[in-house]
Ligand binder design. Structure first.
Ligand code: PEP
Ligand code: MG
Length: 841
């Protein structure tokens, strides 16, 4: 049933009213986006012309859409080409999703700045939902903000559901958005208009988000930016032609002038524009010269609905069984334990009750097995990615990988063997662990991915395969043409697009030297880490399992400097029992033996590493939230149980308990109190050593006050760097800058060591900086007593210590403290570096 209503739209600004024809932009003046009017503003606050919900607020603050309860949708756009101002001059006063009243202030803007820096200050009010209207004010009149401007004729449809297209979705190939400012109002309007010409239901996808491609507002709400990887899907009779036309439109910039059309991907980013290199983050060290081979997956065709749910149940069960068997083969044939563990973890995902429950429930609702399984895995992967936790985000990739494996088995899709050229440098958005493990290392010389992280399973596998790899390169790497000759210098995180033959030769020689050096370090792994002039330093291991403890001992570790105990707590549905904890800690303590320290870090979970069985509020900024000791003190029972298990597990003379994320002295004292209580309950008279991690700048700056109350410090340079430099440790675009070699971080290490030594306490470094051979002379020179390093690097770090002169290291360290940037520090240290082993064994 349809009912008619009149809706008045108020003036969003004071100023002179003008017809759309006056807008110096054909997309607006031709009413492609919608009919409306424009105002030459005399006021500087944009107000809501009608009541409704903010359906889109552009992140640059220059455009906003409101949707009224009737469905009427109004777009307000301040100035022309103001998207280019990147948010400067605009202060949004509302948020997306917020309900606003007519007349409510929405955006404050600096009219002078915009007038000087944009094409025009003329502000648009457009009815994008298509309703007709009658103007209430004459063109050329001066209007006051809030005064009625238009009478909108609204037809409210009730109980009429747009008929949904059903059937198999077809997908376009992913493409890179060439628009300098993403799909903002104008290109979005062009795309939506073109999409409306097809009957098919069409969606535009960006990562896990999607938008109705026929809705301007929905496209804008995707908040796309230059270089985003997007694709289209369509369902319906004309889906094929729709995808073809719209993909071409996207590639051409949707009416906007974009860089050279041949290059369907973005031109390189500004900082790389003049360069012949692309930069990323080292995922697996080494270097390789070869030719680009772009790896892309074809989208699978999946029917949403099925008629026989018992048949679909069977199909899913069979897919799961076959996938488990295939994974077992991969486990059995794995080249290393690390590799086997990854596929074991994949098998566990296939048994995850939450995932299975979700998939089988969808089948019950009439969905096909493939659709149900894909929805369940994708939904969980999206959840993982959205939690702001690096480890869980990386597990999302595992979930997608295992999801695809089952899907292909259910759909009978066989991966055809890749026709790889010799010395292929594989390029992909992201490689899955399965793809990585299956790589033919006779043909593949290395790989580079647009996304991914240095701690992902893919990175671990690449290291196990000895393949150099760079991740987090950004979408521009996907634009490289197949067969382009490139030099992948993973150690420096650089892909050279026009490699210099001299450099290729140099890296070849370096590779050979590294291989020899690695063998030599391994032979001498059992020797002490003592400098040439007799300064001893402990080189211990960072571990997270019994297997790693065993490997560490075999590689010459002088104890464990960091046992990340959270491995016992994560990815399970209830806390580990007392007995389970005791069994694990005892086994590790036995492996380490009584001749070396075992430093057990208490549970370091929280906002960024949530536990299924500890309800926690969602945190906007989990790295600054209830992490580490903060969470444990809020839930003291969790800490009591852990302390009690640790106390019952190990020889107390070498046992060290370490508290993570300590910021306040009171936290140390409260945890110390809990430790005393637990020891008392167990009849233990002599307490084990208690120390804290120095990973919050506050703790480093107050080290002189902490030192008298602890037995030791261990510096967590990973977190200390992110908090000191205010750079998320996993931010792909800041990866090159969030560098622990920054003099600010080195100064905090220096002052921590000074404070500790003044009170006779030792200091370790257990962050990733300690595992860098380049950092060893500086850390030694700053007076650090222990380096706790990633297990495979123990022989290399010990060997590096043995070739240094302590007195020279001290002078060098002081010089580094006076430099300006991490880059300067690295540059100063590099010439001192012998050709060193950086490979993990
Ligand atoms: C650190 O922050 O440097 C550290 C060792 O702790 P984690 O990496 O486990 O946060
Ligand atoms: Mg930390």
């Amino acid at each position: 049933m349809v009912t008619s209503q009149q809706l008045q739209l108020l003036a969003p600004l004071s100023g002179v009213l003008m017809a759309l024809e006056n807008m110096p932009d054909p997309v607006f003046s031709s009413r492609l986006i919608g009919d409306g009017l424009c105002i030459d503003p005399t006021s500087q606050v944009l107000c809501a012309p009608l009541a409704g919900v903010i359906s889109n607020l552009q992140h640059t603050g220059h455009a906003i859409s409101i949707t009224a309860a009737s469905g009427a949708q109004v777009l307000l756009h301040i100035g022309l080409d103001t998207v280019n101002l990147g948010g400067k001059g605009f202060t949004p006063l509302v948020e997306e999703g917020q309900q606003v009243a007519a007349g409510q202030a929405l955006i404050e803007f600096d009219a002078d700045f915009i007038a000087l820096n944009a094409r025009s200050l003329l502000t648009l009010m457009l009815v994008v939902s298509g309703e007709s209207f009658v103007p209430l004010v004459q063109e050329g009149d001066l209007v006051e903000s809030g005064q009625p401007l238009l009478a909108l004729h609204v037809e409210v449809e009730t109980q009429v559901m747009a008929e949904q297209q059903t059937g198999a979705a077809q997908c376009s190939a992913p493409q890179i958005l060439p628009n300098p400012n993403g799909l903002h109002a104008r290109p979005a309007a062009v795309l939506a208009q073109a999409a409306k010409g097809f009957a098919a239901t069409i969606l535009l996808h960006k990562q896990d988000a999607s938008a109705n491609a026929k809705s301007l507002v929905a496209i804008m709400a995707l908040q796309t930016v230059y270089g985003d990887r997007v694709y289209l899907s369509a369902v319906g009779a004309d889906a094929g032609p729709a995808l073809k036309v719209l993909s071409e439109l996207l590639a051409s910039g949707c009416g906007e002038t974009v860089a050279d059309e041949e290059v369907q991907a973005p031109p390189v980013l500004p900082e790389q524009a003049a360069a012949d290199v692309l930069r990323g983050v080292c995922a697996s060290p080494g270097s390789a010269f070869g030719q680009v081979f772009q790896l892309s997956e074809n989208a699978l065709q999946i029917d949403e609905l099925a008629t026989d749910s018992s048949q679909e149940n069977l199909r899913l069960k069979q897919g799961l069984t076959e996938a488990t068997t295939a994974l077992q083969v991969l486990c059995d044939n794995a080249a290393s334990k690390a590799q086997a563990d990854i596929f074991k973890a994949h098998q566990e995902l296939l048994e995850d009750p939450g995932l299975l429950e979700q998939a089988f429930a969808l089948i019950e609702q009439g969905k096909s097995a493939a659709f149900a399984w894909q929805s369940a895995t994708q939904e969980t992967a999206t959840l993982f990615k959205g939690l702001g936790n690096r480890l869980l985000a990386e597990r999302a990739l595992d979930l997608q990988d295992v999801g695809q494996r089952v899907l292909k088995l259910m759909l009978g899709v066989q991966d055809s063997p890749l026709e790889l050229p010799e010395n292929a440098i594989l390029i992909a958005e992201q490689l899955t662990p399965s793809q990585t493990a299956a790589l033919d290392t006779c043909k593949v010389a290395g790989f580079a991915t647009a996304g991914g992280g240095a701690t992902s399973h893919v990175a671990i596998l690449a290291r196990a395969l000895g393949l150099p790899a760079i991740c987090a390169m950004g979408p521009q790497v996907l634009a490289l043409a197949n067969s382009t000759q490139v030099l992948l210098d993973a150690d420096s995180g650089v892909l050279h697009l026009q490699p210099d033959p001299e450099r290729i030769k140099q890296l070849d020689t370096q590779r050979e030297q590294q291989r020899q050096r690695q063998q030599q370090d391994l032979q001498h792994a059992a020797l002490a880490a003592c400098t040439r002039d007799g300064q001893q330093i402990e080189v211990s291991a960072n571990i997270a399992s019994l297997a790693e403890a065993e490997q560490a001992v075999s590689l010459g570790a002088q104890g464990v400097g960091l046992l990340r105990s959270e491995f016992l707590y994560l990815e399970r549905n209830n806390a580990p029992s007392h007995d389970e904890q005791v069994a694990t800690y005892s086994a590790i303590a036995r492996t380490v033996g009584t001749g070396h320290n075992l430093v057990v870090r208490t549970l370091d979970v929280g906002g960024d590493k949530p536990l299924a069985y500890v309800p926690m509020d969602h945190e906007t900024n989990p790295f600054l939230g209830m992490r580490g000791i903060r969470l444990c003190l809020e839930r003291p029972q969790l800490l009591r149980e852990q302390l009690s298990a640790i106390l019952a597990s190990a020889d107390l003379t070498r046992l060290h308990i370490m508290l993570p994320m300590v910021t306040q002295l009171s936290e140390l004292r409260m945890a110390g109190q809990l430790l005393e209580e637990q020891a008392q309950a167990l009849g233990i008279k002599t307490l084990p050593k208690l120390g804290i991690m120095i990973e919050v700048p506050a703790a480093a700056l107050m080290a002189d006050l902490f030192a008298p109350e602890v037995d030791f410090f261990s510096i967590g340079t990973n977190d200390l760097t992110q908090y000191t430099l205010a750079m998320d440790r996993d931010h792909p675009r800041l990866a090159g800058q969030a560098d622990s070699f920054h003099p600010a971080v080195l100064r905090l290490i220096a002052s921590t060591v000074k404070a500790a030594h003044a009170h006779g306490k030792w200091v370790g470094v257990c962050g990733a900086l300690a595992s860098e051979t380049l950092a060893v002379p500086v850390l030694l020179g700053l007076g650090v007593d222990e380096l706790s390093v990633s297990v495979p690097l123990i022989p290399a770090i010990k060997a590096r210590v043995r070739e240094l002169d302590f007195a020279a290291c001290q002078t060098l360290a002081q010089q580094m403290l006076g430099l300006e940037s991490a880059e300067q520090v690295r540059t100063a240290l590099k010439p001192l570096q012998q050709p060193l082993t950086v490979l993990e064994y």
